[in-house]
Design a protein around this ligand. Structure first.
Ligand code: ATP
Ligand code: MG
Length: 241
């Protein structure tokens, strides 16, 4: 569908259209459309823009990713549809692999997403030989690299899996519009922002921070407190209702 740029909800409609196209192409799960709806509700309250607390958190997250020995980015259908290209660009700067992990896994969905990502980036992990402990979903199946990764960036994650990854002693960076979700509440660093804004912001930060020394990056991470960050996000929402 051709969307008029002048429409007051142009960005939001464009985002929905990408998901609908992804659904028609067979890789966005129908439940993914519902998840987007839940997110949009919070985005409305966040004024559909990156608030200062989220901008800072995105910077800290990039600093941690640059410091880590074995970072990984997890991609599902919604993430691939909304910002597959940008995720690959970020991964390239961070020199880290991306991996497709699907809650509603089918071989076909997995293959379509992998193919989509490979158009932009080579380092896509496909092997699924390990299992995240204490997790009863298809999203538990991961590669050996993912299993051993020290930092995992998990946009639009399921709360159970975020919790299980933290239990594995990984540093978990979530991107989730709901600061109250189990994912945001359990993550090490919770970015409360829409992925369509968060990932481009993180690309800009990655370009900027990749030239810093380790001690400078460590300084950025040390100053950050996720509890305070989540409190700021929740207080912002409270001020809106
Ligand atoms: P949790 O499992 O973490 O408790 P949930 O069960 O409430 O969360 P899910 O349906 O599992 O929610 O996943 C959808 C989550 O993804 C929601 O928290 C929603 O806010 C978030 N979300 C959806 N679309 C976006 C988006 N475009 N950008 C960022 N977050 C989003
Ligand atoms: Mg959930």
């Amino acid at each position: 569908m051709k969307l008029p740029k002048s429409h007051p909800r142009f960005e939001s409609l464009k985002t929905r259209e990408k998901l609908v196209t992804g659904f028609k192409e067979g890789y966005v799960a129908i439940n993914g459309l519902i998840a987007q709806g839940r997110g949009e509700c919070f985005d409305y309250l966040l004024e559909e823009k990156t608030q200062n607390f989220a901008m800072n958190t995105e910077r800290v997250a990039v600093a941690l990713l640059l410091l880590s020995k074995s970072p990984v980015i997890s991609v599902n259908g919604n993430v691939a549809a909304l910002c597959g290209r940008e995720i690959c660009k970020l991964a390239k700067i961070l020199k880290c692999p991306v991996e497709v992990n699907l809650f509603y896994w089918t071989k076909k969905r997995g293959e379509i997403i992998e193919k989509k990502l490979r158009k932009f980036y080579d380092n896509v992990l496909t092997e699924k030989t390990k299992k995240i402990p204490n997790l009863n979903s298809k999203r538990a199946n991961v590669s050996r690299y993912f299993y051993n990764a020290d930092v995992a960036l998990i946009p639009l994650e399921d709360g159970d899996r975020a919790e299980a990854l933290v239990k594995m002693k990984k540093n978990v960076i979530a991107i989730d519009l709901n600061p109250l979700s189990r994912t945001s509440q359990n993550a090490t660093i919770s970015i409360v922002d829409n992925i369509v804004r968060a990932i481009p912001n993180m690309i800009t930060y990655a370009e900027e921070l990749k030239n810093l020394r380790r001690d400078e990056l460590e300084d950025i991470v040390k100053k950050f407190k996720n509890e305070k960050n989540l409190k700021m996000a929740i207080n912002f929402l409270k001020g809106k209702i």
